[in-house]
Design a protein around this ligand. Structure first.
Ligand code: ZN
Length: 478
C-alpha cells in the first residue's frame, strides 16, 4: 500500500515528458529470498536413464527468488535446483503467486538449473508427452515452496540499483557432439548411423571436430542497495551441469556451489537479509564440462563441480567490481504459449518400436537403449497434435532475458544475443516446462542423441519458431 501511494505521488509530480509510457515511475526496488525444495530421503533421484532411490542429501535444493519493481511493473525470477519442471508446476505456481502477491503470471519466470542429482518435478515415470498433468505430492510441495519464496522476496523489497555485466569463461564449456573418423560411428538405438556422436569418449583417436560452437559468456544482472551491499545476482552460463556426486546423493550440482561461493566472496555469507545468488542455465543442450581433446584425470565426488563453481564465482565477482549501476530501469514482460507440434512418428518407426518391444523382455534395473527408445516412441506417437510451448521475455532496463522450455543448443543462444533488439540479451533454458532437446534444423540433420525421437520430441523447425516468437516479443517490450 505504502508503495502504491508513493507511486501515485511520484507520477503526479512527474507529469510531462518524464511521464512517458516508458519512463520508470519510481526508483527501482528489489528483494530476494531462497526457499528450500529438498525432497525426502527415499524418493527417486533423476538424471540417468532410470530413476534410483535417494539415500543422502549432500546439499539442499532451493528455489532462489528475485522480485523487481519499477513503481509500475513487478517481475519475479525464480531458479529451481531441479533437472526440469513440468509446465503444470509452473502454471500452478504462477497462479498461486498471482493470487498471493498480485504479480501477474506473465511477469513470473520459473526455470530449472538441470542438476542431475535432484528429485523429479516432471511427473510420474515413465512419462507421456503432455502439456497438462495432475501434480504429484512433490510437485504440489514445490508449487507452495516457489510461491512462498516469491512472497518472501516481496516482503524484502527495498530501494535498489541494477547493473548488467558479462564475463567470458570459455575453459569450462565444451561441445559434446562430435564428427568422428569415417567408419567409426557406432549404430544408434534405431540401428541407423548418425553423422555426429554425443560424448564420443574423451581422448578418443576417432575425434575429428566438434559439431557446433560453445557460448563462453556468463551474463548477469546484479541488484544492490543504493551504493551499498548486494541484494542478488541473477546469472546464466551455458553449461549442461558438472556432475560427479556421491551414489544416491541429492545435490544442487555446481549451480548451488556457485551461489554459496559468490555469497562467501561478497560478505562472508552473514548479512541479513541474506544476499541471494542465482545461476540459471543458459543454452547448453549440446555443451558439457568434458574436454574431449585433452581429458583430465578422474576426481573424487564433488571436486570438479566445486572447482568450476568457485572459478565462475570468482570471475563474476571480479566483473561485479567493474559494474556500472543505475537506480532506474524500465521493467516489462511478455509470455506466450506456442502451438508447436510434437514430433511426428511415422509408420516405419512405430513398427520398429512395436517389434523391438515384442522381442526384448525388460530386465529389472538394466537399461536397454533400443527398448527404452521403443517405449518413448510409442508414447510420443500417442501425443496430442499440439503442445502449449511456453516462451517468455523479461525486460529489465536495456537488458532482456528470453526463455525456452527445452534443452536448447548453444548456437540458438548465440543467435538470440546477436539478433535481439535489446543490447544486453541472453537466453535461459528449461523455463516453464520441459519439452526435451531442441536442436537447430542443422543439428537435427546431423543426428545423434539430442535428436533421437524420445530425446528430441518437437517438430524439427521448433527452434526457428521459438526464435521468431522471442524476437517478436523482445521487440514488443523494447
Ligand atoms: Zn540434459
Amino acid at each position: 500500500m505504502k508503495s502504491m501511494i508513493a507511486t501515485t505521488l511520484l507520477s503526479l509530480l512527474m507529469a510531462g515528458p518524464l511521464d512517458a509510457e516508458d519512463a520508470p515511475k519510481a526508483p527501482l526496488s528489489a528483494g530476494a529470498a531462497t526457499s528450500s525444495i529438498t525432497p525426502d530421503i527415499g524418493g527417486d533421484v533423476v538424471g540417468g536413464f532410470l530413476p534410483f532411490p535417494c539415500t543422502h542429501v549432500h546439499d539442499d535444493l532451493y528455489a532462489r527468488c528475485l522480485v523487481l519493481d519499477d513503481g509500475k511493473t513487478r517481475l519475479a525470477l525464480v531458479v529451481c535446483d531441479l533437472l526440469g519442471i513440468h509446465r503444470s508446476v509452473s502454471v500452478e505456481a504462477k497462479k498461486r503467486i498471482e493470487a498471493q502477491t498480485g504479480i501477474p503470471a506473465a511477469n513470473v519466470m520459473i526455470s530449472a538449473t538441470h542438476t542431475h542429482s535432484a528429485t523429479s518435478a516432471l511427473g510420474k515415470y515413465p512419462r507421456g508427452y503432455f502439456s497438462d498433468i495432475e501434480l504429484d505430492d512433490y510437485q504440489q510441495f514445490l508449487v507452495r515452496r516457489i510461491a512462498d519464496g516469491v512472497r518472501r522476496a516481496v516482503n524484502l523489497l527495498r530501494p535498489a540499483e541494477v547493473a548488467f555485466g558479462t564475463v567470458d569463461i570459455p575453459e569450462h564449456v565444451f561441445c559434446r557432439r562430435w564428427f568422428l573418423k569415417e567408419g567409426t560411428m557406432p549404430p544408434n538405438p534405431f540401428g541407423k548411423i548418425d553423422k555426429v556422436k554425443m560424448n564420443p569418449g574423451a581422448g578418443s583417436p576417432n575425434l575429428v571436430e566438434p559439431a557446433g560452437p560453445t557460448d563462453p559468456t556468463v551474463s548477469f544482472l546484479a541488484l544492490r542497495e543504493p551504493g551499498g551491499r548486494l541484494i542478488s545476482v541473477f546469472s546464466a552460463y551455458s553449461l549442461h551441469y558438472v556432475g560427479g556426486v556421491g551414489s544416491g546423493h541429492i545435490s544442487a550440482d555446481y549451480y548451488g556451489m556457485y551461489c554459496e561461493a559468490l555469497k562467501r566472496l561478497q560478505e562472508g555469507g552473514s548479512a541479513d537479509p541474506p544476499f541471494v545468488a542465482m545461476m540459471a542455465n543458459g543454452t547448453s543442450g549440446d555443451i558439457n564440462n568434458i574436454n574431449f581433446r585433452t581429458p583430465r584425470p578422474g576426481k573424487p565426488p564433488y571436486e570438479q563441480m566445486r572447482y568450476v563453481a568457485e572459478d565462475v564465482a570468482s570471475k563474476v565477482n571480479g566483473a561485479l567490481a567493474k559494474a556500472t549501476w543505475q537506480d532506474k530501469a524500465v521493467l516489462g514482460a511478455r509470455y506466450r504459449e506456442l502451438g508447436i507440434s510434437w514430433r511426428t512418428i511415422d509408420g516405419d518407426l512405430l513398427e520398429w518400436a512395436n517389434q523391438t518391444e515384442a522381442k526384448t523382455p525388460p530386465v529389472e534395473g538394466k537399461v536397454d537403449l533400443p527398448l527404452a527408445y521403443a517405449g518413448r516412441v510409442q508414447r510420443l506417437a500417442k501425443a496430442s497434435p499440439e503442445t502449449k510451448l511456453p516462451v517468455q521475455i523479461l525486460r529489465i532496463g536495456d537488458a532482456c532475458i528470453g526463455t525456452t522450455p527445452c534443452e536448447t543448443f548453444a548456437e540458438t543462444g548465440l543467435e538470440f544475443k546477436k539478433r535481439s533488439p535489446l543490447p544486453k540479451s541472453f537466453l535461459v533454458e528449461l523455463a516453464h516446462g520441459y519439452y526435451g532437446y531442441m536442436p537447430t534444423p542443422r543439428h537435427f540433420e546431423l543426428g545423434g542423441y539430442e535428436t533421437w525421437p524420445g530425446t528430441c520430441n518437437l517438430e524439427p523447425q521448433a527452434s526457428v519458431k521459438v526464435m521468431d516468437a522471442l524476437l517478436e516479443m523482445a521487440e514488443e517490450v523494447r
